[in-house]
Design a protein around this ligand. Structure first.
Ligand code: ATP
Ligand code: MG
Length: 570
């Protein structure tokens, strides 16, 4: 492709709305443009990158024996009512009505659709196992669309659904996806780890997220510094730290006027945060849940929701509710005499000695509180892991890093097949529910994640397998006929070989041309300038600062070499 014929829309300025490198660079390099909050149009270079990622995904999925499918994005409400998710999806689902006032939605995910397909098409165990996948546009009215296509309201997802006759079949299907995902993200040059993820209160027997390590990630990932244990923060079990045994002291109510926060309490009692237990009040589907964790810990809401058997609507309680539950102003909640529907006590708190809690009376706290003697509740793991906590696998020390979730694999079991009646006849002629798994990859988010890991001050540094074009040929002076003739020959020769090549034949200063090709991130650049008088051109890799002066005859071999180095065929 010649740049004079192309829509090149690079920007020199960093767009104000873009906070993270991938978002800034996708806009600056002209890969995409925003149309509305969380809604983007992909430009010619951007769509080429998306297609590359899609093709890697497609190849690896096909290798596992999965079959490509394409479902509609416009979905009838009835399907969602059958599974019970029409209400559960809440405001995240884009809903619409047709001319006959029938309810539809724009698919945020397709479990219902594929379960419906399976119940219509699969009759016998002989048709199993089966894995169907699609690469298709999803719609989610995210509460906070942000970071460009990292969290957008329309995005392309590869979603796959496996159907097996039993759990061990599902285990095999799941492992195949695990391996395919590992290959996919490796081919995308992503430094990525599969981490244990929460499978929710509604069941599901296993789940892993593929996390790209990145400072801009919205997820926290827990890693062991000794073994290969890795888990999402939501899931990682917290092991209580050792406590030094103390004699029980007498429970004592202390006047603490206007002392509410842990910081204020630490100052007032002249001690440390770990001598306090805080009580947080939540509302879960209308019920009030009090959760106690040590003063310096954070409540893990996923663990809480799982412990109460799931909740559709789960939020911190408002001040009014707190007043009703504690009979006090906000800041004085505690376990003794609390009027909540449920009291959850983090295991660590149940093992502490003589600690301080709120007294459910404005202006007072209790000291020398002990679990068992002074109050009781449901004890469990309700807190987030912190750096230095013990690894649940090997006892080593845990560390925490940020990550971007690019993919998710999930053992669904029979959740959907049971609610929607998707059954098959087994070897003994019995009717059984299909055992399902589901597997997603965010294609656009993967593109953004690749940029997060592959960029420098001048722009994107695409890995060769993902780059919109492999090579750019830059004639320095477009008016110089000889330069143009040699550039054109190289361009045509490379094209003939199957190399995806650009020629910057624009009548621009060479500095502008270099800036654009660096910004867009073309992996190889061939500059055709004055040195052609000696039969030479310049060859430069985007990731190298060095320019190599080579003879014109060597160019093709140089390019081929890069393909070999990157394990790519021409
Ligand atoms: P998140 O926790 O980030 O919202 P999710 O758990 O909702 O993700 P899934 O429903 O498992 O995501 O979707 C599968 C994949 O789709 C995710 O791993 C992610 O790569 C991608 N994805 C999900 N939501 C978005 C979004 N709003 N924008 C872009 N990609 C998304
Ligand atoms: Mg989500």
């Amino acid at each position: 492709m010649k740049l004079s014929n192309m829509l090149i829309s690079t920007l020199r300025e960093v767009p104000a709305e873009a906070e993270i490198p991938s978002h800034q660079l996708m806009l600056r390099a002209g890969m995409m443009r925003k149309m509305a909050s969380g809604v983007y149009n992909f430009m010619p270079t951007g769509i080429r990158v998306l297609k590359k990622i899609e093709n890697i995904v497609r190849e690896e999925m096909d290798k596992t024996g999965a079959q490509e499918f394409l479902a509609s994005a416009l979905l009838p409400a009835e399907l969602w009512m059958e599974s019970g998710r029409w209400d559960v999806m809440g405001e995240e689902m884009f809903r619409l009505k047709d001319r006959n006032d029938r309810d539809f939605c724009l698919g945020p995910t397709h479990e219902e659709v594929f379960t419906d397909i399976a119940r219509n098409e699969i009759k016998s165990y002989k048709q199993l196992p089966l894995n169907l996948y699609q690469i298709q546009t999803k719609y989610r009215d995210e509460r906070r669309p942000r970071f460009g296509v990292m969290r957008s309201r329309e995005f392309i997802m590869k979603d796959a659904y496996s159907f097996d006759k039993d759990q061990s079949g599902l285990d095999t299907s799941y492992m195949k996806m695990y391996e395919a995902y590992t290959n996919i993200f490796k081919r995308c040059s992503l430094d990525c780890s599969a981490v244990e993820a929460d499978s929710g209160a509604m069941g599901g027997s296993g789940s892993a997220e593929f996390m790209v390590k990145s400072e801009v990630g919205e997820d926290e990932v827990v890693f062991c510094s000794c073994c290969n244990y890795a888990a999402n923060m939501e899931k990682a079990p917290a092991i209580p730290q050792e406590q030094i045994k103390e004699e029980y002291l007498t429970l004592n109510k202390i006047e603490t006027p206007e002392i509410r926060s842990i910081e204020e309490l630490v100052r007032f009692f002249n001690t440390t945060e770990d001598k306090f237990a805080k009580t947080l009040i939540y509302k879960a589907d209308g019920k009030t849940i009090a959760v106690m964790v040590r003063g310096d810990r954070a409540v893990n809401e996923t663990k809480v929701v799982n412990a109460i058997g799931g909740a559709i609507d789960f939020n911190m309680a408002d001040a009014e509710t707190v007043k009703v539950v504690t009979s006090a102003e906000v800041g004085f909640a505690g376990p003794i005499g609390i009027n909540a529907d449920m009291l959850l006590v983090d295991e660590e708190v149940s093992k502490m000695y003589n600690f301080v809690v709120g007294s459910n009376e404005t202006g007072f706290h209790y000291e020398n509180v002990n679990y068992g003697r002074d109050f009781k509740g449901k004890v469990g793991d309700f807190r987030n892991v912190i750096e230095g906590d013990k690894c649940p696998k090997c006892g080593g020390s845990l560390t925490i890093a940020r990550g971007v979730e690019v993919g998710h694999i999930f053992k669904l079991g029979t959740k959907y097949s049971q609610s929607m009646g998707a059954t098959f006849i087994d070897e003994n002629g019995e009717d059984k529910p299909l055992v399902m798994g589901c597997y997603g990859i965010g294609i656009n988010r993967t593109m953004a994640a690749i940029i997060e890991q592959h960029h420098d001050d001048n722009g994107i540094t695409w890995p060769l397998a993902i780059a919109p074009y492999h090579v750019i040929v830059v004639p320095v002076v477009t008016k110089d006929e000889e330069q143009m003739r040699i550039a054109e020959n190289l361009y045509l020769e490379l094209k003939k070989l199957g190399v995806e090549v650009l020629m910057d034949d624009r009548n621009e200063r060479v500095g502008v041309k270099f800036k654009d090709s660096d910004l867009i991130g073309i992996p190889m650049r061939i500059t055709v300038g004055k040195k052609i008088s000696e039969g030479k051109v310049e060859f430069k890799l985007r990731t190298n600062s060095e320019n190599e002066v080579i003879s014109i005859e060597e160019v093709i071999d140089k390019v081929k070499e890069e393909f070999i180095k990157n394990n790519l065929k021409l």
